[in-house]
Design a protein around this ligand. Sequence first.
Ligand code: ADP
Length: 270
Amino acid sequence: KVEASVVYTSTTEDFFQILVLLYDVTEIYAVEKMQMDFISNASHELKTPVTAISGFAETLLAGAKDDPETLTEFLGIIQRESRRLTELIQDVLAISRIESQSVSTQNRTQVDVAALVTEQENVMQQLAAMKQLRVIDQVPATAQQYTDEKKLTQIVKNLLSNAIKYNREGGSVTVAYQADDTNWSLSVTDTGIGIAQAEQARIFERFYRVDPSRNKQVVSGTGLGLAIVSELVKSLNGQISVTSQRGVGSTFTVQFPVTVAGDAESMAAN
Ligand code: ADP
């Protein structure tokens, strides 16, 4: 799409001059549209739990609270929807935060990648245990990289949480690490439901979730986890990729260029 603006006109006795500038605004519109879509999707998603919470509270106050069974059931729904609301707000804020740091703000330090991964595995231990999942940590204890610890923590947290959520009972989650002089990567492999080829590009879109009716169990989520991961990875000049087969499992890999303190890149970002 092209927009034009007249920046200069002049008339003399003999001439009529006009200078017109043409801009290609395709990209500007695309970004604006994405932001508008995000706001409209976010409002819609946020309204759903709020409507449920106020609706069930009203019904209770109108008299349903006098039946103990209904009271317990409705309070349970209110609690569940409040948790969902909290999750949504956290994810929406995370996206806005990443977006507002337009010049990729990085806070790089020497990070013990092995310890960071172990810590996140411990945080998720209970969730994994609930599905009898085996967590296999193949990150060597010496794994260290000069990177942004907060961003890497969020990336690992979201990938691990998905590998658990979309796994089968008794399956496994494997975290692996690879590094050479120029690049390093982390991968999270699960033995879960997998993702059809046609969906693999879309799962990184904000609010996109694979049709839940195709999964037997309905898994809770906001549809923002992978969008957050992919934006964080981009802001660290990295890349994310997925390989997956339905019914077998998925591997998500994040790869980053190796940086050292004093690098032009990390200096510019700090
Ligand atoms: P959420 O998990 O909150 O729905 P995400 O952005 O993290 O949102 O993921 C988007 C969708 O991608 C999920 O709803 C799910 O359908 C699919 N997905 C993500 N990770 C996996 C995985 N490890 N295995 C299978 N499907 C996955």
